[in-house]
Design a protein around this ligand. Structure first.
Ligand code: NAG
Ligand code: NAG
Length: 238
């Protein structure tokens, strides 16, 4: 059931992304300090070339950040931090994202790909995202590389619409299972039908049943059903 939900969600996300076609205003900037021979790039989930990367508010958006080491010596990615800021005012930080610690080595002339999860309630439709990585070289000098500085567009989780559909699906499936269960029970225990249909008792019959309970008289229960706990329970309730 969970797999289905995810698949449906993915399809919806794709459709929403296509529907929200809006041109990218400004190319996101990466900025590497002088003396750091590393290329960085971010891959957004479900990104579409030429569009503002979309993130889903309140959900774990799994980004992949790649570090390409062009040097003959090793570097280390210590941590990646991020924040969401106001597009109108770059100094106005709206949310600080989780800082992830890695301590992973980028081997010489190699590319390292690290996961980074952005999970934040969407502050607005479009917002600025800054991702920064703290990198050290062999001499333990620290460099801050701007991995991403650009616009991202947040969308509402597609939960609401999907849930309605899923609820229908669940109700339908539940109905089928209940129906199946009743059918199987009926075909196996057709002889106990009289006890099963108790709710259809007339007021008189019910009174008789109630009277019987007080003396625990089980004459009226079919012989094969006497020791069934279910029947006992029903008897008590009446
Ligand atoms: C984000 O972190 C910075 C530096 O740690 C801090 O000054 C700022 O108040 C934080 N902003 C929010 C919205 O949490
Ligand atoms: C991100 O980009 C904006 C606009 O291009 C710029 O004003 C801002 O200083 C940049 N932030 C960082 C941390 O480089």
């Amino acid at each position: 059931m969970f797999g289905l939900k995810q698949t449906l969600k993915a399809l919806f996300c794709g459709a929403l992304l296509l529907a929200s076609v809006s041109a990218q205003e400004e190319a996101p900037a990466t900025s590497i300090p002088a003396g750091l021979p590393i290329n960085v790039a971010v891959e957004f989930p479900n990104a579409i070339e030429g569009l503002v990367p979309g993130l889903i508010g309140g959900e774990a958006n799994k980004l992949k950040i790649s570090f390409e080491n062009l040097d003959q010596s090793e570097y280390k990615v210590n941590l990646i931090v991020g924040s969401i800021f106001d597009l109108q005012d770059f100094t106005n930080i709206r949310r600080n994202l989780t800082a992830y610690r890695y301590g992973t080595t980028i081997k010489r002339e190699n590319t390292l790909i690290l996961p980074y999860t952005v999970k934040v309630e969407h502050p607005s439709i479009e917002a600025g995202l800054i991702l920064m990585a703290d990198i050290t070289n062999k001499e333990k000098e620290h460099f801050t590389a701007i991995v991403y500085n650009g616009t991202v567009s947040f969308s509402e989780p597609v939960q609401s619409l999907l849930d309605v559909q899923l609820i229908f699906l669940y109700v339908l499936l539940a109905g089928i299972f209940v129906g199946l269960g009743i059918f199987i029970k009926d075909s196996f225990k057709s002889e106990t039908k009289t006890t099963k249909k108790k709710p259809a008792l007339t007021a008189e019959q019910r009174q008789v049943a109630v009277d019987n309970t007080t003396v625990l008289n089980d004459d009226w229960i079919p012989e094969n059903h006497k020791k069934s706990p279910k029947a006992a329970k029903v008897t008590k309730r009446r």
